[in-house]
Design a protein around this ligand. Structure first.
Ligand SMILES: [Fe+2]
Ligand SMILES: [Fe+2]
Length: 474
């Protein structure tokens, strides 16, 4: 199923056959470009970037790599192929045919789900917009821009659904997606983590590791949806998402590799000496991890949620890998353990599983995240160091849900307000940490050269050498 690139908007959804929709999207397109120019990657207009562009949705070979001016990137609408026989496989409608249109009674909830997902895509581009000015290498600069253009395409994916299936409300929501701005006091993005700053490249790598992984879990849950166009569009988004998480995981690995090298050369674990040598000390890396981990797990929402139950039972949003689970896929009468705060202490209680599905998804995310932290620790182990990174306790630094009611140390002790204040700078990045990391930031723009705080990658992109000219400056 090839993608038609002769159209103004590349697509594999026969857009040319739906003139009303085509016109609506062609009216939205220049607004998207204006948004990109205004709050997208700063100073990038004349760069030619070695980018991947989707040309098909066939898992075997779905993209080509070539130099593209980002502004001329072909953002389009690509859905995975339809299966005419597809059935709903969870919730109250289990066994019925998947929906090709939006049932009236689920319209408001589906719109809300799509808008919330759609809002995160441009938000991350906005959060990352200054990073191109301080890239540690051309290789990294290219990866940043790849993530940015694909988040732009993910916005297109959601806007297509809004405009095709939600009439006038959908058009209004599509407009509003370009109006909210990350961190804006008056008109912020919908979710907390997408209003935080991504001030430097360590934050960028943590963001793409943790927060793009939240994207993976949300998209995977939506890929189960009874609303078939949503399932098909999110399935293809997941193909692109894998690279974003790779950028984060390999980015942090390379930072650790460089730090370990400096620690071994100087035979020290003194953060001041590591910093003086131009590398990022492990304590700072751990604090960044603590921040991004805790802010990201808040994205899964309240631990108990009647909306989560409704979304599942009505077939709008499944669980991660719903099809691989061996239970009745209806979940009535089942329970799940959630944490709760009782008299200022942390306890556990069993609640109806349907109400705890945010927590179920959060726990799946946590498992996946911790596996990658284990791979980071291999870097330290291989370098002969005894230090390890750890995920903080689930209740650490939470702002949403029952756990927002307590102060918790990263290792899982309930602490007083005073103790929190006394240790905050050991647990979360401090202004001094940010200032130090900022002082290391680039740019390094010569092919094959890397900033002193990060090791080169083992391989280049698309089998090209590491010193390939990934970005040409116009
Ligand atoms: Fe995305
Ligand atoms: Fe992403």
């Amino acid at each position: 199923m090839a993608i038609d690139y002769t159209q103004k908007i590349p697509n594999n959804v026969n857009l040319a056959d739906d003139r009303t929709l085509q016109r609506a999207l062609e009216q939205w397109q220049p607004n998207f470009i204006t948004w990109w120019d205004d709050v997208g990657p700063e100073g990038s207009t004349n760069h030619e970037v070695y980018l991947r562009t989707a040309t098909s949705v066939d898992p075997q070979g779905w993209a080509v790599f070539d130099y593209v001016k980002m502004r001329d990137y072909r953002w389009g609408i690509f859905l995975n192929p339809a299966d005419a026989e597809r059935q709903i496989h969870f919730g109250d409608h289990k066994g019925e045919k998947a929906w090709q249109d939006v049932p009236g009674e689920h319209r408001a909830n589906l719109r809300r789900i799509i808008v919330t997902q759609g809002d995160t895509e441009p938000a991350s581009v906005e959060q990352q917009r200054h990073l191109g000015l301080t890239a540690p290498s051309l290789y990294d600069l290219r990866n940043l821009f790849q993530v940015n253009v694909e988040e732009g395409r993910h916005l297109w994916a959601m806007v297509y659904l809004l405009q095709k299936f939600f009439g006038r409300d959908g058009r209004e929501e599509a407009g509003a997606l370009l109006e909210r701005t990350s961190g804006d006091a008056n008109n912020p993005r919908i979710l907390g983590a997408f209003n935080e700053k991504t001030p430097d490249w360590l934050a960028f790598f943590m963001f793409t590791y943790f927060t793009d992984r939240d994207g993976k879990f949300q998209l995977a849950a939506l890929a189960e949806s009874a609303f078939d166009p949503l399932a098909r569009t999110t399935k293809f988004m997941l193909t692109e998402e894998a690279h974003h998480m790779f950028v984060g995981e390999s980015g942090v690995s390379r930072v650790l590799q460089r730090t370990a090298q400096v620690m071994n050369e100087l035979k020290t674990d003194d953060p001041a000496l590591v910093r003086a040598a131009g590398a990022i000390d492990l304590g700072t890396i751990q604090r960044y991890l603590n921040f991004h981990y805790s802010v990201t797990i808040d994205l899964f929402g309240a631990d108990q949620s009647s909306n989560a139950a409704t979304f599942y039972s009505s077939g709008l949003k499944g669980r991660f890998e719903e099809g691989k689970r061996v239970d009745d896929h209806v979940l009535k009468g089942q329970t799940y353990k959630v944490l709760e705060v009782q008299n200022g202490q942390l306890g556990e209680k069993e609640v109806p599983m349907l109400n705890a599905l945010n927590e179920v998804l959060r726990d799946d995310f946590i498992k996946d995240s911790i596996a990658g932290i284990g791979r980071w620790n291999k870097v330290l182990e291989k370098a002969g160091l005894s230090q390890r990174l750890v995920a903080p306790h689930k209740a650490f630094n939470r702002k949403i849900g029952a756990l927002a009611g307590i102060k918790m140390s990263p290792d899982g002790r309930v602490v007083s307000e005073e103790e929190w204040k006394a240790h905050e700078a050991e647990w979360l990045p401090s202004p001094a940490d940010f200032a130090f990391v900022a002082s290391l930031m680039g740019p390094v723009l010569e092919p094959g050269k890397f900033a002193g705080w990060i090791a080169p990658p083992a391989m280049g992109i698309n089998k090209n050498p590491v010193d390939f000219e990934y970005v040409r400056f116009g």
